[in-house]
Design a protein around this ligand. Structure first.
Ligand code: GAL
Ligand code: CA
Length: 356
């Protein structure tokens, strides 16, 4: 490539990246020290339209802002949208590297890109913190400056089942409408490559069985975490299976919202409504839990995850000690616990501790 082509390419890339710019905060300390040391943290989100991912991004930024008050560093956090494109995310990583960022944090659109990303970062000696989409163990072991922050996927599936089984055990016929001793269920699944989708699906059903409940699958389909896709699938099932569905497991709340819309659009009566569980605890789902339309969800603690992502990035950028983060100890990943949200405790989440 000639010099000019290279220049033009890099200018275009900078314009391109700034088009996807979500937030870039350079937060100067109150003392406005002109000699403040500077650190730069680059964050690429695989999709800023995903409510959970966007909340995580905002949390990272707000923790950075808080931290700067007590830090000797001027902290730049540049958050960009990968817009569900592997190519865009590669370009964003290249850009952070070119501009000498201290750490790169990434939620991958495609988990299989981990090794290529690690390769780029390793060559530039810039540590990388993956979050939400987890690299496979083999990739995590490619380099010692690779970290991961996410949720305990198994626990989320297990808790979804516990929400239903607790309710069922108290009053079986409110779930088992046809009184055949089994729960007829459908399941709406997220991105089939994502560990949270795979593991939630596996563990919610496994746990139902280990709780001694007989289940019968009526339908399962992939709705890629999205309300609109879930709405379509649920509408189709309602047409096909009439009112035989007794439980709806959703890998996340956005899809639960789609399922609820489909149920609301059908002529199903309140008595015939299946029990529905989701995951995340997004703001829009909480009123449905409060009003007993949805049985419950599991809170995907974006606040704690965002804090760990930032804390690890900060220690790495300042050549501090990541092992001072007690949950990390001498490991490379932190997996945060979920909490059940049902009508009993939904008020706590409708207050300050919610998604916005
Ligand atoms: C999951 C979350 C989903 C979606 C997904 C994106 O943890 O429950 O709602 O945000 O991550 O990868
Ligand atoms: Ca039944």
């Amino acid at each position: 490539m000639s010099y000019y082509v290279k220049r033009i390419t890099s200018i275009i890339l900078i314009i391109f990246i700034s088009n996807f710019y979500i937030g870039c905060s350079s937060i100067k300390s109150k003392l406005n020290k002109s000699d403040a040391k500077k650190i730069k943290i680059g964050v690429t989100l695989f999709d800023q339209n995903d409510p959970f991912i966007l909340s995580l991004g905002k949390q990272i930024e707000s923790i950075a802002r808080e931290k700067e008050g007590s830090s000797e560093y001027e902290i730049t956090v540049n958050i960009v949208d990968g817009a569900k494109s592997v190519i865009t995310q590669y370009e964003q990583v290249d850009n952070f590297i070119e501009r000498d960022y201290d750490v790169i944090c990434i939620s991958m659109f495609d988990r299989t890109t981990a090794s290529a990303i690690i390769d780029k970062c390793k060559k530039a000696d810039i540590p990388v913190v993956f979050f939400n989409s987890e690299p496979v163990e083999e990739d995590m072991n490619l380099w010692d400056k690779v970290y991961y922050v996410g949720g305990k996927s198994e626990e989320s599936g297990k808790m979804q089942a516990e929400i239903i089984s607790n309710f069922y055990k108290k009053d079986p016929y409110r779930v088992d409408k046809n009184k055949d001793g089994k729960i007829q269920y459908v399941i709406l699944e997220g991105d089939p490559e994502h560990q949270d989708a795979l593991i939630r699906t596996e563990y919610c059903i496994k746990t139902m069985i280990s709780e001694g409940i007989e289940v019968e699958k009526v339908g399962d389909d992939i709705a890629n975490w999205q309300s609109s896709q879930a709405y379509e699938k649920m509408t189709r099932w309602l047409d096909e299976y009439d009112n035989t569905i007794e439980a709806v497991f959703c890998n996340n709340d956005a899809m639960a919202l789609g399922a609820i819309k489909a149920l609301e659009n059908s002529n199903i009566s309140a008595d015939e409504m299946p029990v529905i569980v989701g995951a995340d605890g997004i703001f829009d789902i909480l009123p449905y839990i409060k009003n007993n339309i949805m049985l419950g969800t599991v809170f995907n603690n974006y606040k704690q995850q965002g804090k760990y992502i930032f804390d690890i990035a900060y220690e790495l950028a300042t050549n501090g000690n990541v092992n001072a983060i007690s949950e990390l100890k001498n490991k490379k990943s932190i997996k945060v616990s979920y909490t059940k949200i049902t009508a009993d405790n939904v008020d706590e989440y409708m207050g300050k501790n919610n998604f916005k």
